[in-house]
Write a protein that binds this ligand. Sequence first.
Ligand code: WT7
Length: 650
Amino acid sequence: MSDLTVSDQIDNVLHETRVIAPPEAFAAQARVSRERYDELYRRSLGDPDGFWADVAGELDWTTPWRQVLDWQPPHARWFVGAETNIAHNALDRNVARGLGDKRAIVWEGEDGEVRTFTYSQLLAEVKKAANALTALGVQAGDRVTLYMPLVPEAAIAMLACARVGAVHSVVFGGFSVSALADRLNDAQSKVLITADAGQRRGGLVNLKANADEAAKNAPTLEKMLVVCRANCDAPMQPGRDVWWRDALAAADAEHEAAALDSEHPLFILYTSGSTGKPKGVLHTTGGYMVGTYLTTQTVFDLRDDDVYWCTADVGWVTGHSYSVYGPLLNGATVVMYEGAPNHPDWGRFWDVIQKHRVTILYTAPTAIRSFMRQGDDLPGRYDLSSLRLLGSVGEPINPEAWMWYARVIGGNRCPVVDTWWQTETGAIMLTTLPGAHPSKPGSAGLPMFGVEPAIMTHAGTELGPDEGGLLVIKRPWPSMFRTVYGDDERYRRSYWEEIPGVYFAGDGARRDADGYVTVIGRVDDVLNVSGHRLGTMEIESALVAHPSVAEAAVVGRPDEVKGESVVAFVLPQVGYEVDPVALRAHVSREIGALARPDAILIADALPKTRSGKIMRRFLRQLAAGKEIQGDTSTLEDPGVLERLAATPFV
Ligand code: WT7
């Protein structure tokens, strides 16, 4: 692990003292009161088997479990021996309990088109899609990659995979050809589901062209299923490519969900780590289902008539757990919006809320900060009175943004939940419950049921109130990931051996005397840009892959809107000149636009120790325009910092 910067990062968030009680009207009707939380939380730790068996018992299983948890550290099996199907629980089960005519998905395209699916209609589509996958040769356990815009077919495809037991791997539509190819190969995917194009800011993103390029380097790929989102004129390769609508039209309407072992893999989702290539986070069926079901219900205080909108794309874990699985398992009405938040202008989210009478909004601090910059007028022009609850996820939310969100969007009437979790945790781990707990802006809050957090030193010593340290989780939880796909060694090493015996989250945090946990940020070489994880190593490898770059170091710089932005220090290859425009385009091509450096410094040397280790701490200070602080005596070349400080960013 690199030099820890927890204390460097402790800023005014930790001096925040405001405490905001849940709005009374909300608390009076909340699903979970303070007393109920205490009672349930106590039971979830004292009698975890009983607690989780009760929650799981609200869902359908075709075979009951023999054992709730089998914990062979660091490997957990939940609901051992049981069989179930998450798509059945999200769809058939809800239709069977009378929700067939309730709206499951209300989708709005960037161009304003609206498509609605009731639970019965969604089930019918998923059944056909499941049969279509089977017809393409997909069997339980096979990997299916999705590279799609945010259209209803993305959710339908995920649920269809789950229905037949295929393992989906969703690759965000903003990722590049090579990122897609890497993920197809790592998962050894047999089928790729994509679309001709997606709509973004009034233009088209040609997903099929990227998919075709990636497919050239993906030998395991046999078939491509293509949704028509734009104009259906994508070139189709005979024998390999099939239009989604043709495949569904030819498919049988009846389909019985496969009874799958509770530990049957449900999905792989790639995320950045501190070293090497992105890791395939593997989630399985039963535990993930129970975890997302319970957290969606309690954290969002779900009621029958809610209109729930999580703005995340299905390319991220938030889109998996809280746009698709969690809300649909609960029979909620889910809003999906395809496009950009600023198309045609920054009022678009408020327009979606007004039009569909959204009651619960779950979005990211980076979006909130962008809206805040536009001022209070724009949201003021829309009727946001349908909202009753707001959520935040993906990165620390600064208290000012929290207050703005509560006041301007929530009209001081809606509680705000700041939810901490990760791709690896599958479901929300730390939050306040909206009717039970006061909020402390900037602090995520208390553990969810069954979650036992602690703050530790790297040596494994537990720290007391208000001491900054590393966030760990002391026991397994149902929705935890089970391994890094194809690299169990990395699973052990990165998560369970960093501090032996506990789950190491990679975040710095502190906990106050009331038990509220404030998460400060990553302590490893992982950046959080607009709520998305990027490994500095990944960007560095992309940079050095360019002929003009000999060496590169990437660090984050605090950014008012994005949280962090990417800053690259590059050393030119002898005989080459670095062209910043070309280099940025190159990073976009290698990884995706998200990873494109905001600032580049063309350096004549990097600050290294005598043993050759780059001292990123100094690069972070330079990137932020700060004075150099700390011990510079270990630098091999003592003049390097001065020269770097005198060089402008380009
Ligand atoms: C990292 C996980 C969880 C879904 C979206 C991101 C940061 C996430 C919070 C929060 C402070 C947060 C952490 C974490 N993070 N939520 N409420 N407060 N930090 O998932 O891409 O796996 O990233 O996001 O640093 O480790 P992810």
